[in-house]
Design a protein around this ligand. Structure first.
Ligand code: SF4
Length: 181
């Protein structure tokens, strides 16, 4: 990994990643932090709207990138679904899957692409089992990622609602009617 991929392979980089992994293995703490951030952003929305979403994005995107990269190895997809994926970033999956695991997960629970790495989705599922509020969301199907939002602030996109727009033709499983013969 190099600087352009995120934290480099220095001792500091490794320590920071260990700290992030430690926090991720205690997802209840992260879940509470997520809820607090989500609520705070909602309360501040009228002020942010008055200032202008684009202007606020320029101010906060750096802080979002830094804080989420340290803890989640965030790739700044611009449409955060951490609470639905066991507080584990789906974009750290080498296949960038938004739902998983894929059929290639190994018998020991490791990744097909990076054999020495535990499957991101196995970790996501295990962590979701420790969550008190959003753990059940792990069973929901996430829509495809919108690559046009790459690099944007997910916090601001949550307020504008652009992160909720799904591709034409995509239907959430909750909206699929099951007809029994
Ligand atoms: S889901 Fe997107 S915004 Fe959330 S941590 Fe992963 S890359 Fe970052």
């Amino acid at each position: 990994m190099n600087d352009s991929d995120g934290l480099d392979e220095t001792r500091i980089g490794r320590s920071v990643r260990s700290f992030g992994a430690f926090l991720q293995d205690h997802p209840r703490v992260l879940e509470k932090a997520y809820t607090a951030t989500h609520n705070a952003i909602g309360v501040l929305d009228p002020i942010i709207k008055r200032i202008g979403y684009e202007r606020v994005e320029r101010l906060v995107v750096g802080a979002e990138r830094l804080s989420k990269e340290v803890i989640f190895d965030c790739k700044m997809c611009g449409q955060c679904v951490l609470h639905s994926t066991g507080m584990t970033c789906p974009m750290t999956c080498p296949k960038n899957l938004r739902n998983g695991p894929c059929g290639g997960v190994r018998q020991n629970g490791n990744c097909e692409v990076v054999p020495e790495m535990k499957c991101v989705w196995v970790e996501a599922f295990e962590r979701s089992q420790k969550m008190g509020t959003y753990g059940d969301e792990m069973m929901k199907l996430n829509p495809p990622v919108n690559q046009r939002l790459q690099g944007q602030s997910a916090w601001v996109n949550q307020l504008t609602g652009i992160d909720q727009i799904t591709p034409v033709g995509w239907v959430a499983m909750d909206d699929v009617a099951v007809v029994h013969a």
